[in-house]
Each structure stands twice: as structure tokens, then as C-alpha cells.
Design a binder for this molecule. Structure first.
Ligand SMILES: NC(=O)c1ccc[n+]([C@@H]2O[C@H](COP(=O)([O-])OP(=O)(O)OC[C@H]3O[C@@H](n4cnc5c(N)ncnc54)[C@H](O)[C@@H]3O)[C@@H](O)[C@H]2O)c1
Length: 237
């Protein structure tokens, strides 16, 4: 499979050896909009996009125009999701975006959902999410933390929204973001009552898990049209 890497930073560089090891060819490594070669993208079987929040929408639309399925790892652009969804329908193209491509985190999302369903009846517990990432991360809270919060809101009737402010109301889930050197990504959900606490945590040891998941997602989306998620890739739907 021919893969166009849109973004060749920490993630693009982690994806390259894994893609090659799995028998794929890297046909583009772009690090700026100027280097975004539309002809090469049209020629690729799949594009994998890991850049920055302000560029993601433009890259996704470029892939739609080129007719190339696109896997998007960049976070922090979801305010544009409705427009992207509309364009995907118009162009009948393929998109698989995930706030986190780690297979472990996607299993963690499922555990989070099931624990939240159990906690729906247990009003004595309040919950909070903590996410810890390296200091270069541009967006906060992390897209993964927001996905975790949405999973809880789906299942716990007493919670209606998330907040990243220091104080929070009873209908809100607090997300605390911490930035530390060299942390690839840690997410913890804690349920706290007056008598005990229950926590679940996912700790990424390095970026290889995100990179492998995005290549597996690229293999999945090749030749397809429509919008997919990691649930489809992992058969968790
Ligand atoms: N979904 C996931 O599993 C996952 C995992 C890790 C990181 N991320 C997200 O992926 C994004 C990238 O992370 P990273 O650690 O590789 O960041 P990085 O800063 O190391 O790399 C970003 C790269 O994008 C390039 N870039 C910026 N604008 C561009 C443009 N217009 N065209 C082409 N390239 C452009 C930069 O030159 C740089 O090489 C971030 O949003 C991060 O939060 C997601």
C-alpha cells in the first residue's frame, strides 16, 4: 500500500518504520502546506495525517478532493467536524479520525464506558479525569480525555458536560491537564466517594502504540468510503 504521511514530526517519524515493516511504501513526507503535493496524495492509497490543530481541516479536505482515504490523528480540530462530515458525504470519500490510535486506549474507552454504566446508579461517587502529556502538546485537555468524558456522559445520567476549570458543578466532569517533560500520554479516571476511590488508568510507554494503531487503521480504510472509527477497526461496534 502507498502511504502519504501528512506531517513528519514525532508521530510521522514513528509511523514510517512500522509501515515499512508491514510491507507498505511511504510516497510522501510533508512538513508544511507548501510541501503538500496534491498529485502524490491522489496517487497514494491512504494518507495518514498527524500535524497540528489549525492545519488538519485543510489536509482532510485536500484528501477528500484527491479521492484518497485519510486517517487523522491530529487532535483539537473537532469544532470543524460538522463541515468535514458534510464534505465527506458530498465527495463520498473516506475518513477515520481518532483522538487516540493506541489499541490499549481503545480498549480503555470500552472499560471506561462499562464502569460508567455501573456508576450510573451510584450517586455517592463523583468522577474526575486527569491527563498528563509532554510539554510540547498544543491542545488541552487532550482529545483522548474529551473522548473519555463523552463516554462517561453517555452512561451517567447525572453528568451533562465536561469542564477544565478548577471549580465544577455537580452536573460537570472535571478534566485536569498536567504537562511534564517526555510523557507520551497518561489518562486516569477516578471515582471518589466519602469512603473510597476507584481509578482506572492507561499509560503509554512510547509513541509506537499510536503509530501501529494508525497503520492498522490505514490498512482498514484502504479502498473504502464513509466515516469510520477505531471501534470499526477493532470490531467493538
Ligand atoms: N490520535 C493519536 O493517537 C495521537 C497520538 C499522538 C499525537 N497525536 C496528535 O497528533 C498531532 C501531531 O503530533 P506530533 O507529536 O507528531 O507533533 P509534532 O509537533 O512532533 O509534529 C507535527 C508535524 O506536523 C508538521 N506540520 C505542521 N503544519 C503542517 C502542514 N500545514 N502541512 C504538513 N505538515 C505540517 C510539522 O512540521 C511537524 O513536523 C498533535 O495534534 C497530537 O496531539 C495524536
Amino acid at each position: 500500500m502507498k502511504i502519504a504521511l501528512i506531517g513528519y514530526g514525532k508521530m510521522g517519524k514513528a509511523i514510517e518504520p512500522i509501515a515499512i515493516q508491514r510491507g507498505h511504501e511511504i510516497v510522501l513526507r510533508s512538513v508544511s502546506t507548501v510541501e503538500l503535493d496534491k498529485t502524490t496524495i491522489a496517487d497514494a492509497d491512504v494518507a495518514i495525517e498527524f500535524t497540528e490543530p489549525s492545519s488538519a481541516k485543510h489536509h482532510i479536505l485536500t484528501c477528500f478532493e484527491a479521492g484518497t482515504p485519510v486517517v487523522v490523528g491530529t487532535t483539537g480540530w473537532y469544532g470543524d467536524y460538522d463541515e468535514i462530515h458534510r464534505k465527506q458525504k458530498e465527495t463520498n470519500s473516506a475518513l477515520l479520525a481518532s483522538t487516540n490510535f493506541s489499541l490499549g486506549v481503545n480498549l480503555f474507552f470500552e472499560i471506561n464506558h462499562r464502569l460508567a454504566a455501573l456508576m450510573n446508579q451510584q450517586d455517592q461517587y463523583d468522577m474526575a479525569i486527569t491527563e498528563i502529556h509532554h510539554t510540547e502538546k498544543l491542545d488541552a485537555p487532550s482529545g483522548t480525555a474529551i473522548s473519555i468524558a463523552e463516554g462517561i456522559i453517555d452512561s451517567v445520567d447525572r453528568k451533562k458536560e465536561w469542564t477544565d476549570s478548577h471549580s465544577h458543578g455537580s452536573r460537570q466532569i472535571q478534566i485536569v491537564s498536567e504537562r511534564e517533560m517526555n510523557v507520551p500520554g497518561t489518562h486516569r479516571v477516578t471515582y471518589d466517594s466519602a469512603v473510597d476511590s476507584i481509578s482506572i488508568e492507561h499509560v503509554a510507554h512510547n509513541r509506537k502504540g499510536f503509530a501501529l494503531g494508525s497503520v492498522i487503521a490505514a490498512e482498514f480504510i484502504q479502498g473504502k468510503s464513509g466515516i469510520y472509527t477505531m471501534k470499526d477497526v477493532l470490531n467493538l461496534s
